[in-house]
Design a protein around this ligand. Structure first.
Ligand code: TRP
Length: 340
C-alpha cells in the first residue's frame, strides 16, 4: 500500500525564536520560502522546543520571541493564506515522534554530526551537553517527517540534519516494509552563506555581527559603515581586493544590477575607487530591501491579535497533519494499538 502523495510537494522549515531574524536568515532560507510558497504546500515551524535545547535557563527569551519571529515571516512576504505557520511546542505528535526516533539513532552517530560538533564547541558546553541539545537533530527529523516534507530550504549548516532525517526515515520504511515517509531534500541557496558584518563566515546574533530584518535606516548606515572590506585598501587610489571583501559579497547577494556591480568590482581592483563609494551603494541597496519590510512589520505589529490568530489557526491545522503521520509511524513500527 502506498501513501497518496499531495499534489504540491511539501516544504517544512523552522527557526528558533531566540531573537529577531536577520539578513543571514533572509539569504539562507526566507527568500526561498517566499518564492516557493505558491508552488508548494508550505509549513513553517516556530521551533520553540528546539530553542529550549540551549536556552533551558532562558525560557523567557524563547517565549518573548515567538510572536516576533512570526512578524518577521509576515513582513518579508510569507503569506498566511499560502503558508501554514505553527508552534512546535504545541504539536505533541512531534514530541512523540522524537521519542520513537530516539531508538533508531546511536549516541555515537549524534556526536558525529558536524553541525552539532561545531555548535557544542561554540557554546562551550564541554562535557555538560544537554541531552536535548545532542538529540535535536532527531527532533528535527520528527519536524520534517511529521509533515511528510520533501523540500527543506535551509542554510548549508543544516544539511547534516537532513542527512540524519533520511537515515531515520529509511530505517522506519524498512521496518514497516513500505514507504511511509518520503525522503527529504535540503534546498541550499546557490549563493552560499552570507558572512557576518565583520567578515566572519556566519552571521549570527550571538556573534554580534548580524543586521536584523527590522533594522532602521540608521542601524543600516551604522552596520555598513563598520563593515569589513580589504584591509590593504588604504587609499582610494590603491588597487583593492574584491574576493573576501564583505561589501562586495553583500552587493552580489542583494544588488539586482549585476552589470553595475561588475563594473564597480573592475574599478575597485584597478584602484581609484574608495570604500565609501561602494559602501554608499550597498547602504542604498539594503535600505531599498529593508525599508518596506520594516514598514510592514510596524503595521502588522499594531494588531497583535491578528498575528496570534494566524499562529493559532496554523497550529491547529498542523496538529491534524502531524497526528495523522504519527499514527502511521506507530503502525509502521508495530506498536500496540489499544482498541476503541
Ligand atoms: N535547526 C534549525 C536552525 O537552527 C531550525 C529548525 C528546527 C528547522 N526545525 C527545523 C529547520 C526543521 C528546518 C527544518 O535554523
Amino acid at each position: 500500500m502506498s501513501v497518496p502523495q499531495p499534489i504540491r510537494p511539501v516544504i517544512l522549515t523552522g527557526d528558533r525564536p531566540t531573537g529577531p531574524l536577520h539578513l543571514g536568515h533572509y539569504v539562507g532560507s526566507l527568500r526561498n520560502r517566499v518564492a516557493m510558497q505558491h508552488s508548494h504546500r508550505q509549513f513553517i515551524l516556530v521551533a520553540d522546543a528546539q530553542a529550549l535545547t540551549d536556552n533551558a535557563d532562558n525560557s523567557a527569551r524563547v517565549r518573548d520571541n515567538v510572536v516576533e519571529v512570526v512578524l518577521d515571516y509576515l513582513s518579508v512576504g510569507v503569506d498566511p493564506d499560502a503558508t501554514v505557520i505553527c508552534l512546535q511546542s504545541a504539536l505533541p505528535a512531534l514530541a512523540e515522534l522524537t521519542m520513537l526516533y530516539l531508538n533508531l539513532v546511536t549516541v555515537a552517530r549524534l556526536e558525529r554530526n558536524p553541525t552539532i560538533k561545531a555548535e557544542i564547541q561554540m557554546r562551550g558546553f564541554g562535557r555538560d551537553i544537554p541531552a536535548g541539545f545532542l538529540c535535536y537533530p532527531v527532533s528535527q527529523a520528527a519536524d520534517i517527517t511529521g509533515f511528510r516534507a520533501t523540500v527543506v530550504p535551509v542554510g548549508e549548516d543544516q544539511a547534516p540534519m537532513i542527512e540524519q532525517t533520511n537515515e531515520i526515515l529509511r530505517r522506519i520504511n524498512r521496518m514497516a516494509g513500505r514507504d511511509i515517509l518520503p525522503e527529504a531534500e535540503a534546498v541550499i541557496p546557490r549563493a552560499g552563506r552570507l558572512p557576518g558584518l565583520d567578515g566572519r563566515a556566519k552571521m549570527s546574533k550571538s556573534l554580534g555581527n548580524a543586521l536584523s530584518l527590522s533594522a532602521s535606516a540608521q542601524e543600516i548606515a551604522q552596520a555598513v559603515k563598520r563593515m569589513y572590506t580589504d584591509p590593504d585598501h588604504l587609499k582610494p587610489s590603491d588597487p583593492g581586493r574584491v574576493e573576501g571583501n564583505t561589501v562586495f559579497t553583500y552587493l552580489d547577494a542583494f544588488d539586482a544590477d549585476v552589470a553595475e556591480v561588475e563594473d564597480l568590482k573592475a574599478r575597485y581592483r584597478r584602484g581609484g575607487l574608495g570604500d565609501s563609494v561602494v559602501k554608499a551603494r550597498l547602504q542604498a541597496v539594503l535600505l531599498t530591501l529593508l525599508e518596506p519590510i520594516r514598514e510592514r512589520r510596524l503595521e502588522l505589529a499594531r494588531d497583535r491579535a491578528a498575528v496570534l490568530d494566524i499562529l493559532r489557526a496554523g497550529t491547529a491545522q498542523a496538529r491534524r497533519v502531524t497526528q495523522t503521520v504519527l499514527e502511521e509511524v506507530r503502525e509502521g513500527l508495530g506498536l500496540f494499538t489499544l482498541p476503541g
